[in-house]
Design a protein. Structure first.
Length: 108
């Protein structure tokens, strides 16, 4: 998917998963590095500006902090689950492409 204004500009990256508790959200992002894939999490509070447009802020009131803490716990568990799923899929794909090992005749 590309941006209509410039076909060489990729579409904005979307989070792999989003967890919510009311107006608070945790977005889990998959990233690539030389050492391999990793996930990071961002937290935001959604609100509407004076014109009714949806906005996000990364500032939280004291009453939001327990929600942020709980979402952090859930995001950790979800990230671990996504990591396991990815490793399992890679393992299974690798097994499909490997040639079966032939057993040596032990009686020789």
């Amino acid at each position: 998917m590309t941006n209509q204004n410039n076909e060489n500009t990729p579409a904005p990256k979307r989070p792999e998963a989003t967890l919510r508790d009311g107006s608070i959200k945790a977005s889990i992002w998959r990233n690539e590095a030389e050492s391999g894939a990793f996930r990071s999490t961002t937290f935001a509070r959604s609100y509407e500006d004076k014109d009714g447009n949806p906005r996000d802020t990364h500032s939280f009131a004291g009453t939001d902090l327990l929600k942020v803490a709980e979402l952090a716990r859930q995001a950790y568990a979800k990230s671990r689950s996504l990591d396991r799923e990815e490793r399992k899929a890679a393992f299974n794909e690798n097994r499909k492409t490997q040639k079966p090992v032939q057993r040596q005749d032990r009686d020789r």
